[in-house]
Design a protein around this ligand. Structure first.
Ligand SMILES: [Zn+2]
Length: 197
């Protein structure tokens, strides 16, 4: 089974040795937890998020809001700004680049898998750790104390609805592309997608 061998090789290269999960405490929050992932006991990526989407929890990569430079003063503004923060000049609030369906891209992932095998491995490991932490919280009841991430405890506990929508669109887009690949080339469905989308 060459496919299995190939997947095993990719998994070995991407060995997740620890996942730490800090649950958020407001049940109304779409952001359910922050996570850090350690790769091969050697490299830590922090600020992955578990977000409760319309179809269950999913993993969001660390990301930043996109910005671009004002033509007049060259200061940066977020993509939806109608006026420059610095000089007050008018901006086109519809200038963000668009995805295949004409929806604005407002966020970029800072660290992300570059193939679907790794994406699935990472998703499984992080969701498993999240479920374990939720179980631990239920078992401990009132005596449960969320783990401390020290400085990460200071992060804002809210996610923009716009961000969640963008992530769900990207997920749909990935699924659509995967299905396209399956119909074009059966057996190559798990080939790397090589994109951050
Ligand atoms: Zn300006």
């Amino acid at each position: 089974m060459p496919d299995q061998d190939n997947q095993d090789a990719q998994s070995k290269e991407f060995q997740i040795t620890e996942v730490r999960v800090k649950l958020t405490d407001d049940p109304r929050n779409k952001l359910k937890a922050y996570c850090s992932v350690t790769i091969a006991n050697s490299f830590v990526v922090r600020d992955l998020k578990i977000i409760e989407g319309n179809r269950g929890p999913f993993v969001a990569m660390p990301s930043r809001k996109l910005a671009d430079q004002c033509a007049r003063c060259h200061c940066k503004n977020h993509m939806r700004a109608s006026f420059c923060n610095h000089c007050g000049g008018q901006l086109d609030s519809n200038r963000a680049s668009k995805d295949g369906r004409g929806r604005a891209r407002l966020y970029a992932d800072l660290a992300h898998p570059v193939n679907s095998t790794t994406r699935i491995e990472l998703h499984k490991a992080v969701v498993r750790a999240y479920v374990e932490e939720v179980d631990a919280q239920v078992a401990a009841g009132d005596s449960y104390r969320p783990k401390s991430f020290e400085d990460l405890d200071q992060l804002v506990d809210l996610v923009d609805d716009e961000y969640v929508e963008e992530l769900e669109r990207r997920r749909e887009e990935r699924n659509r592309r995967r299905l396209e690949r399956v119909s074009k080339a059966p057996g190559e469905a798990t080939a790397g997608d090589g994109s951050s989308a």
